[in-house]
Design a protein around this ligand. Structure first.
Ligand code: AKG
Ligand code: FE2
Length: 306
């Protein structure tokens, strides 16, 4: 499971500038790193700080209040980031993840009603943030499609904004932090994931068999390639393995966005059997329940012995 006490070296991951996107540079980074830092993304700093303030406030409420208030279409979870399609924690993973969080399906967010005016504001900032993330993911994906030379059919259905969701996480500090990971190593099942981490840091990724720490830099976002994009790109872009280290002294917050292919759209590639995201998700849920971990893309590989 990896040594939680070993220190990882920190590294400057490649920078991508959303205002002057270079297809060539973007392609190179997705192939060699699978993760990059996004600057000039166009999200107003005031929105970022308001959202961060609300996230901290809401996640600092008592356990009972979070359970009572963060309900349909939101859901509150802890101990695992793996949820069922309805947002319930999927138990069965081998290890506990030292985190709690809120799942926010963006296309249903408008239905979230609360008598508490502060939660009303929280919803408002999440909606605003969601709109920006949707724009950013679409812009990046369109550039990636060009870089990969994908046909119009494959590119149109491979990223559907209505599938986007936000996860906000709190990784508590404390004594157990020595023995557990905030989030165990994994790859994301998404097309793209976009992480906004606070200054505590702790996000690490695997490159050439070495775990490297992503420096927290305020106002920037961290983008990583997910499993769906790895398959769509015929393994040219890599879904990067990553994990989150806990911090003994400080709790950590992050706000993450994930986006997926259109429901029912079949991912065809030269490396994998044709499959839909729903097939993939069901397989992940099955493996987690029966084996205790996600096998992932290997399950769909042509001629794979799993
Ligand atoms: O909290 C983070 O920085 C990353 C979270 C993550 O990797 C995930 O939700 O898949
Ligand atoms: Fe992740």
């Amino acid at each position: 499971m990896g040594d939680t006490t070993q220190v990882s070296s920190s590294v400057d991951i490649p920078l991508v500038d959303l205002e002057c996107l270079s297809l060539e540079k973007l392609g190179e980074v997705c192939k060699e790193w699978g993760i990059f830092r996004l600057v000039n993304h166009g999200i107003p700093p005031s929105l970022l700080s308001k959202l961060e303030e609300h996230v901290k406030r809401v996640l600092s409420l008592s356990f009972e209040s979070k359970q009572a208030l963060l309900t349909n279409p939101l859901s509150y979870f802890w101990g695992t980031p793996l949820l069922t399609p309805t947002g319930d924690a999927l138990r069965g993973a081998l290890n506990i993840n030292w985190l709690e969080g809120i799942n926010v399906p963006l296309c249903h967010l408008q239905q979230f009603e609360s008598g508490d005016p502060k939660l009303h504001d929280f919803r408002h900032y999440l909606e605003e943030y969601g709109r920006h993330l949707s724009r950013i993911a679409t812009t990046l994906f369109e550039a990636m499609v060009k870089n990969l030379n994908l046909g119009p059919k494959q590119s149109e259905s491979s990223l559907d904004e209505s599938t986007g969701f936000i996860r906000v996480y709190r990784y508590p500090s404390g004594s157990l932090a020595d023995e557990t990971w905030g989030m165990m190593e994994h790859t994301d099942s998404s097309v793209l994931s976009i992480v906004n981490q606070d200054q505590v840091g702790g996000l690490e990724f695997l490159k050439d068999n070495e775990w490297l720490l992503v420096n927290p830099i305020s106002g920037t976002l961290v983008v990583n390639i997910g499993d769906m994009l790895q398959a769509i790109s015929d393994d040219q872009y890599m879904s990067v393995k990553h994990r989150v280290r806990t911090n003994k002294l400080a709790e950590r917050f992050s706000i993450c966005y994930f986006v997926f292919p259109a429901k029912g759209s079949v991912i065809c590639s030269s490396k994998y059997k044709p499959f839909t995201y729903t097939d993939f998700q069901q397989q992940v849920q099955h493996d987690t329940k029966t084996l205790g971990y996600k096998v992932g893309l290997q399950r769909f590989k042509l001629n794979a012995a799993v």
